[in-house]
Design a protein around this ligand. Structure first.
Ligand SMILES: *Cc1c(COP(=O)(O)O)cnc(C)c1O
Length: 224
């Protein structure tokens, strides 16, 4: 069995400059996160509000927490003091609520727009049409002084068919460029493309990922 440090080193050694690793630590105990932290890891991803809120106070303050799961509206206030990046913004309503809660505690928060490109209906996210329409209507850029929209996030279909995965990542990349050129051309923040997990991150990087979110390949299988 390799250690968390060995697995982290193996992944990070393969990442080119400009691609950052979010270590997806959901369902893993804080001791394992601390081990990754001691090996130099600073970005961690959690997908449940409760778990993030429980873990954050037990770990070093300079960790940058990425929220990557479906975010219920009644949980936004609770995660706001802890989170660095909310990667899973899947509606204009949620974006507006994040603005309100960030303003309430006088902070600015980074977010990504989650796009739905996978076949599974259970995955959340804006459809491509929805996100482009919201962009054209100014809903992603106007009236959001406490939110920096930093790019997009997506998950590919759960499949061994890497051609399909590649097509989905390519669609995400093209949508990112359309948004960047269309409504974020004056934003200094809109630079991130978060895609790729343990089984498909090499493909994601080929399609321009700047953030990869990797859990199993670092921490091992999750015990649900
Ligand atoms: C769990 C999760 C990951 C990591 O998945 P692995 O296959 O364990 O690498 C990445 N992104 C999101 C949104 C997740 O929920």
């Amino acid at each position: 069995m390799s250690t968390i440090k060995e697995r982290l080193d193996k992944v990070t050694a393969q990442l080119s400059e400009g691609v950052h690793l979010v270590a997806v630590s959901k369902f893993h105990p804080v001791e394992e996160l601390q081990e990754a932290y001691d090996a130099g890891q600073r970005f961690f991803g959690e997908n449940r509000a409760q778990e993030l809120i429980a873990k954050a106070p037990l770990l070093p303050k300079d960790i940058r927490w990425h929220f990557i799961g479906h975010l219920q509206k009644n949980k936004v206030r609770a995660i706001m003091p802890h989170v660095s990046v909310i990667e899973s913004v899947d509606s204009v309503k949620l974006l507006q609520l994040i603005e309100k809660e960030a303003a309430r505690i006088d902070r600015t928060v980074d977010v990504l727009l989650q796009l739905h490109v996978a076949q599974e209906e259970t995955k959340s996210g804006f459809s491509i049409d929805e996100v482009l329409e919201a962009g054209e209507a100014g809903q992603l850029t106007e009236g959001l002084p406490h939110v920096n929209v930093c790019g997009v996030m997506a998950m590919a279909s759960l499949t061994d068919n890497m051609e399909q995965v590649a097509e989905e990542f390519d669609l995400v990349r093209r949508t990112y460029i359309t948004l960047k050129d269309g409504c974020f051309d004056e934003s200094p923040y809109f630079n991130e493309l978060s895609m790729g997990m343990s089984d498909d991150w090499q493909v994601a990087v080929k399609y321009g990922a700047t953030l990869v979110r990797i859990g199993t390949a670092i921490f091992g299988p999750r015990k649900y």
